[in-house]
Design a protein around this ligand. Structure first.
Ligand code: ADP
Ligand code: MG
Length: 366
């Protein structure tokens, strides 16, 4: 197991990059602690696989260093780095039995046969592959093949880290949940450093203690699922995490806070002071649908808006509101009264966030 440090790392697939846009990974500094369960989350094309392949050594970064426990490993092959990697599609030997496939990484490392037996059976049990151990891999279903592929990544407990690149893509939906639980169980049992790549926030949150959210070749936030939800530090995090994502409204400065279309929004004093010192005019307020306060009657500090749509999702409702031509989503619990036609919304200060040039700013009081 190792601490993995990506030091002033950047990568471009073109030999002679001319601008930022030619970088698949824009300069970053990031540390994955030893023994952590991490998710690398982000939309397709944001650089997740590139980053994973740089960690494993399949790809050599154009700039910066990869350090394992403080030692530079840039020049080392994946085998020398002692990394296990599981890919989106199964990588197995069709002509071998399931047992021999699982045993392969161990036998390769000259592990003694009694230990091979023990480990293979242990992993087969966790992945529920006991019944097919003697079968040739080519006769397996797609799900089973991917489970074998995952098993090959999980069978060694002496690896520096295990990297998963969207490993459940080909797996049947009902099995996905189960396998994710199993991965978590394996992580807890063996205390391995695991980095799990996915574009699915639910998958990331159920697997990982901490999520690195990637956007445009950068990790824009590294935190617990809760931190990403409650305190998105970039508008992209607010938008990407949550269902639906955070509401954002472009605003202008006013004497006691900010305003849009003549509606004043007051801010914390600390934020207000901060706002006076910065020149940028790219200002947005953000609030999650879960935190928008909706009432049928007008209350202090509330804004009148029109109810344009109500979506009933069983245990809660998503209400779409029109506030001076801006669309706003609010999430209402089952027992909350749903306003018809007209509603009043207010933004509790603790959940109202301010973004300057797309980044969260916080007052001194927090
Ligand atoms: P993700 O895994 O998040 O979908 P990738 O790491 O695969 O993203 O890709 C990041 C960016 O790098 C994308 O713009 C993609 O088109 C580009 N890219 C990926 N692989 C290559 C490659 N072998 N050659 C050139 N460009 C690539
Ligand atoms: Mg990918």
């Amino acid at each position: 197991m190792a601490e993995i440090h990506l030091k002033t790392l950047a990568h471009s697939y073109s030999a002679n990059p001319q601008s930022d846009t030619e970088y698949a990974i824009r300069e970053m500094d990031h540390v994955w602690d030893q023994g952590g369960a991490y998710a690398l989350l982000g939309p397709s094309g944001c650089g997740k696989s590139t980053l994973l392949n740089i960690i494993s050594g399949l790809l050599s970064p154009s700039e910066g260093e990869v350090l394992f426990d403080g030692q530079r490993v840039n020049e080392l092959s994946p085998a020398e780095r002692n990394i296990a990697q599981v890919f989106q599609f199964p990588v197995i030997y069709d002509s071998m039995t399931v047992f021999d496939n699982l045993a392969f990484p161990l036998r390769n490392m000259k592990v003694r046969e009694s230990k091979v037996q023990k480990k293979v059976l242990e992993i087969a049990e966790i992945l529920e592959l006991q019944d097919v151990l003697k079968n040739k891999a080519k006769n397996l279903t797609a799900d089973e093949k991917q489970k074998v592929s995952m098993g090959r990544g999980l069978v060694r407990d002496d690896v520096s880290a295990i990297l998963f690149d969207e490993p459940l893509t080909v797996i049947d939906p009902h099995l996905k949940w189960k396998l994710r639980r199993k991965l978590k169980q394996i992580h807890e049992q063996f205390n391995l450093t695991m980095v799990y790549v996915t574009h699915d926030q639910l998958e990331a949150a159920t697997f990982a203690d901490k999520i690195a959210l990637m956007y445009g070749g950068q990790i824009v936030q590294f935190g617990t699922p809760r931190e990403l939800f409650e305190k998105p530090n970039h508008t992209f995090v607010g938008y990407f995490i949550g269902s639906p994502g955070m509401n954002f409204i472009e605003v202008k400065r006013s004497e006691s806070g900010v305003e849009f279309d003549g509606l004043k929004v007051s801010l914390d004093e600390g934020l207000q002071d901060f706002l006076e010192q910065i020149p940028s005019s790219n200002l947005k307020i953000g609030i999650r649908p879960e935190f928008v306060h909706v009432s049928v009657e007008s209350i202090t500090g509330s804004y009148e808006c029109a109810v344009t749509h109500v979506e009933d999702l069983g245990t809660y409702k998503i209400v779409t509101l029109d506030l001076k031509g801006r669309s706003l989503k609010a999430r209402l619990d089952e027992d909350q009264q749903v306003p018809e036609h007209k509603a009043y919304v207010s933004f509790p200060k603790q959940w109202l966030k301010l973004y300057v040039d797309e980044y969260l700013v916080e007052g001194d009081s927090e």
